[in-house]
Design a protein around this ligand. Structure first.
Ligand code: AMP
Length: 207
């Protein structure tokens, strides 16, 4: 199965994809994660993309598309988490890959900002917490590796608002695009993580 997951920042794309990939045995392809790894490793690609990511902007299309297409060309079962994000990327992907289903997670901007602003990430191992929903046992310290918990630059409220604006401008047209192709299924992402996952699983099982 070739699956695309679309959703604004804070809609739970990360959690939903992690569970879908496990339950449906799909390869998880997340350009955001791949790019963050490059930043952590300090590569020249990492240095180039960091400026865009810190500002909440999209990274230039060719950088992301090249990475993603190298992987999708060689696999039949995958979940694309965060790609395509623009019509340009969707059209590029269609040249080489036939997608089976596009799952869209719907969420208001207000809920997105509230959710993301509470997130903390371990600067050492990358594990994610949320002040309200998944608090660490000891404030500011990672349960997994005792690393320091920080708020990533792109999790600050003003940057989340910018990411949401970019999502509305660049990614919402994708919803129309995939609806016309009869590939789209939308679910309400405002519930708790188990509620959202149950809806996502149902939507994929119907396919
Ligand atoms: P994510 O973890 O999916 O929220 O992505 C984090 C950041 O990585 C985004 O805000 C963009 O700066 C960059 N990024 C991820 N996917 C793409 C994409 N398909 N096109 C351009 N930039 C992307």
């Amino acid at each position: 199965m070739k699956l695309i997951l679309i959703g604004p920042p804070g809609s739970g794309k990360g959690t939903v994809s992690e569970r879908l990939t496990k339950d449906f045995k799909l390869m998880h392809i997340s350009p955001g994660e791949l790019l963050r790894e490059e930043i952590t490793k300090g590569t020249s690609l990492g240095t180039e993309v960091k400026q865009y990511m810190d500002r909440g902007e999209l990274v230039p299309c060719c950088i992301v598309s090249e990475i993603v297409h190298l992987i999708t060309l060689n696999h039949d079962n995958f979940l694309l988490d965060g790609y395509p994000r623009t019509l340009e990327q969707a059209n590029l992907l269609e040249k080489t890959t036939e997608i089976d289903l596009v799952l869209s997670l719907d969420l208001s901007e207000e809920t997105a900002v509230e959710r993301i602003s509470g997130r903390l990430t371990c600067e050492k191992c990358g594990f994610s917490y949320h002040l309200e929903y998944i608090p660490p046992k000891n404030a500011g310290i990672c349960d997994q590796c005792s690393g320091k918990l920080i708020q990533r630059a792109d999790q600050k409220p003003e940057i989340v608002k910018e990411r949401f604006r970019v999502y509305k401008e660049q990614s919402l047209p994708l919803i129309n695009h995939y609806q016309k192709k009869g590939l789209l299924r939308s679910i309400d992402a405002s519930g708790t993580p188990p509620e959202v996952y149950a809806l996502a699983k149902q939507a994929v099982e119907k396919d």
